[in-house]
Each structure stands twice: as C-alpha cells, then as structure tokens.
Design a protein around this ligand. Sequence first.
Ligand SMILES: [Zn+2]
Length: 446
Amino acid sequence: MYPFVNRQPSTVYNAPVKLFRGRLFTPIADPFVPGADVAATFRAWDDGFLAVGDDGHIDGLGAWGERPESSEITELGANVLIAPGFIDTHLHAPQLEMIGSYGGHLLEWLNRYTFPTEAQFSDPEHARVVARSFFDELLRNGTLCALIFSTIHREATDIFFTEAERRGFRGLIGKTMMDRNAPESLLEKVRDSYDQSRELLVEWHKRGLLRYAITPRFAPTSTPELLEAAGSLKREFPDAYVHTHISENRNEVRWVQELFPEAEYADVYDRYGLLDQRSVLAHGVHLTEEELSLLSERGSRIAHCPNSNLFLGSGLFPLHHVLDAGVVVGLGSDIGAGTTPSFFNAMADAYKVQQVQNVSLSPFHLWYLATLGGARALSLDAETGSLEPGKSADFLVLDLHATPLISMRSDRAAGLEDLLAGLSVMGDDRVVKQAWIGGRPVHTRA
Ligand SMILES: [Zn+2]
C-alpha cells in the first residue's frame, strides 16, 4: 500500500535503519476538504513496520512483509498502535499548577487566578520547578510539539526554552507581552517588552527544534504602542510566529470594542502587521464574517480549545463555519483554562462541542486535527504531524490494553475507525507507552 521509500537511494541497503513492528495508523491528508474520500486521508496496517534512519527521520513504513533489511528490530506486539505524536497549538506553561481553578468566566478568571499565578514566575526557581513538570506532563500525554505561552518574565521564558531543548521537545515558545489592564507586577514598559522579546527571539528562534513566538497576551492587555512594538519585531523577523488570543468570550469582544472603537478585534491585530500564516490565534469562538475573511486572506490560524471553552463557558466553536471560511484550525488544550494536557481529551471534547451543534466528527477527522492538522496550523507539516518518509520520526506507541476497560473496548472494536473512536474518548496518559521525537525516546511509561 505504501511502499518503502528511502530518501537516499544510493545507501538504501547500507544505511542503518531501526524497524518498529506493530499496528500502524497515520493521517496523511485533510479529511475536512469538501468531497474528500476519507478512506484516502490516512494509512494503516494491522501488522506494519516503521523504519527510522539514524538521522532521526522516517525512512519508510508499510506492511511487515515489505520491510527493508535491518539488524535492529523492535517487536512491539499486537496490542499497540504506532501513531503520530499529538500537537498542541495553544497552551500556557505557567498555568499548569492552576488547572481546575473554578468559577467565573474569562475576565474574572484571569484576575482571580491567572495573574497571581503568573506573577510567581519572577522567581526563576519556581519557573524551573514548573518547567520540569510541564514538559513531563506533555510527554507523558504524548504531546510532542506545542505552541506555548510563557509569562512576561524574560528569565522564566529562557527557562522554558532551556527545558524544552534538554528534552528534545519541538517547542514554539514566547514571552508574554502586556502593558495594561493587569496587576502592576505583570506590566512592563513597551521598550523592555520589545528588547527582552527580541533577545529571546535571537537566542532561541530556529535553534534545533525550537521556534520563537511573538506573544502579546491579547488586545485588552496591550496598548497600541505595545502592539506596534510586537509588529515591528514581526517585520524584523518575518519567519517568527505570532501567538495571541481572539474572540474567546463575548464580554472580552465588547471590551476590545471599547478599547479599540475604530476596529473589529481581528483588525486590531492586522493593523499592527500581526496577521500572517505564522499567526496562531487561540479560540476565535465569536468571530464575525468579516473577521473570518480577513483571517483567511492573511492565512492566519485558529487554535480551537474545546475543553477550555467548556470550562470557562466561553461558547461553542463553529468549526465547519470557520473551516468553510478558509481558515486553518488546530487543536489546543489551553492549559490551565483547559483541564488536562491530554489530547485524547482534546479530541473527545472537540467531538462533544460539535455534537451539541448537530455535527458528528469521525475519529479520522479528530485524529487529523490532533496531529497533521495541528502541524499544518503551525506550518510544521513538512517536518512532523504524520508518519511519512522524510519527516521527523515523531511518534507514539499507544497501549491498546492500558487498562482493563480500554483493553475490553479495544478488543471488541469493529475496525480501525471504531478503535480510534474508543481511544479518543477513553484514552489518557496511561495509554502512552512510549514517545519518540526525531527517532529518540523522550518518554517511556513507568
Ligand atoms: Zn490561552
């Protein structure tokens, strides 16, 4: 079905290749494209091989009977599924420790819980402790790539990058920029915000697997001068990312109209040059038609965070309406308004948010959003997001017998679609037996 391909044919018989044997599944195309033949948007083998070259890239995959020669074979057994790693397109590292802080919608929640929590990151030791737990949790849950908010603190942001690099994690990280409508301890001068963001960008952007994201928190905590500074950074470094929030909650949208009466929310970012294909805007629950067509025109992405939208009561994301407008969508956990880093949960909540709007997403659609769709949202689909020759060997070994109940459900699954459906609603970190990035093990379940 999917023949062995080696990127360097001259060394096909000599290159050291590791083979992993197990059940395999990977999305390879977008099932949301109108008229898509969903069966052609993924590849799967009941008994397959994944060939990983010693450069950490995938050399091939296919049916076990078609495997290339290799002296290094890992037999994973019948009760695993080899699948691409999950890609979280929006979360906040410093909010890990405040998951489940209840009561209040977005704006009260920020003031009551988030800002006091983030203020603690002026202490580098605190940042170090949280950074270790943060990447432990992502890897334990099979998230192998993520777009991450830090706090306003330069040193804390440096610590998050350092920890990501130490783990071999594919991280897009940025120092939060904010200069109004927050406690004094979290406000910065525009010049400092610009200088510190620039220093971090120069230090970390495109260093190994890391990328820098220019990260104004959102319009309400930004003066026009701060957005101007963010925009001038973006002009200076056009291939850096922009990461912010948009239209999460109706009161927030009204507040932006008060603060920037001359423009709609998306126009505020656009007028400062902050919208292009490397701009990822979290939520977008309440966007107008004009805003959607502007985002589509600019190629900007939306990170849909269903768990967070439910927890904060922000609203129901109109997925197909946004996709139909031509906007690329990825999934995000939005820790800590989201209540778990698990992408099994992200898929399950994405399913439920569409169900109550009378749309049933198939497991293939959900797994696409959680993997290759996320890579597309982050413009990283040439490197990761699916198991395809030439891409980085970023994959998970999922245990179909992780718990008695998951075992029962997996064993009675009628086929691949049913297996993926069961996993997406029942899975959690116990299912993630191993995680690999660039052909290197980054997590093994205890
Ligand atoms: Zn967020």
